[in-house]
Design a protein around this ligand. Structure first.
Ligand code: HEM
Length: 110
């Protein structure tokens, strides 16, 4: 997570959006993301929240999601192998797809 968000924070395409919202609250954001993935992947229920909600109003489009997925997959491959790593990538891909569809949907009903 630290390596992935380290890349995100410095990425040409993603950094403005993330830093604009998170500002100097990165430690709290990272803490939340550890709990999110612990819940999704390890079945240890430590994240309670609505993951989609804070994304709905973000000015994001396909290029942002493509880069998010690229950095997530690349960081996974650089640091892990095996079943859990494959599952993390699979889940990330599916959730990114779902977020993207829902964000598009909300853009059109306004
Ligand atoms: C272009 C893609 C994405 C962008 C720009 C983005 C951006 C952000 C930002 C700025 C926040 C902080 C929101 C806040 O504190 O108000 C956040 C929170 C979060 N993001 Fe993303 N995100 C993206 C994709 C994803 C994906 C694909 C996932 C899931 C696999 C994800 C999971 C989360 C979770 C769990 C939170 C915490 C939600 C909460 O407050 O409980 N994000 N994201």
């Amino acid at each position: 997570m630290d390596i992935f968000y380290g890349k995100v924070r410095n990425d040409d395409i993603l950094s403005d959006i993330f830093n604009g919202v998170i500002q100097d609250n990165w430690p709290a954001h990272l803490e939340k993301m550890y709990r999110f993935w612990q819940t999704v992947l390890l079945g240890e229920h430590t994240y309670y929240g609505s993951p989609l909600a804070p994304h709905i109003k973000l000015p994001v489009q396909g290029t942002h999601f493509d880069r998010w997925k690229q950095l997530f997959m690349e960081t996974g491959d650089e640091n892990f192998t095996g079943e859990k790593a494959a599952e993390a990538k699979f889940r990330a891909e599916k959730m990114a797809e779902m977020f993207q569809l829902k964000i598009e949907y909300f853009k059109h009903i306004e």
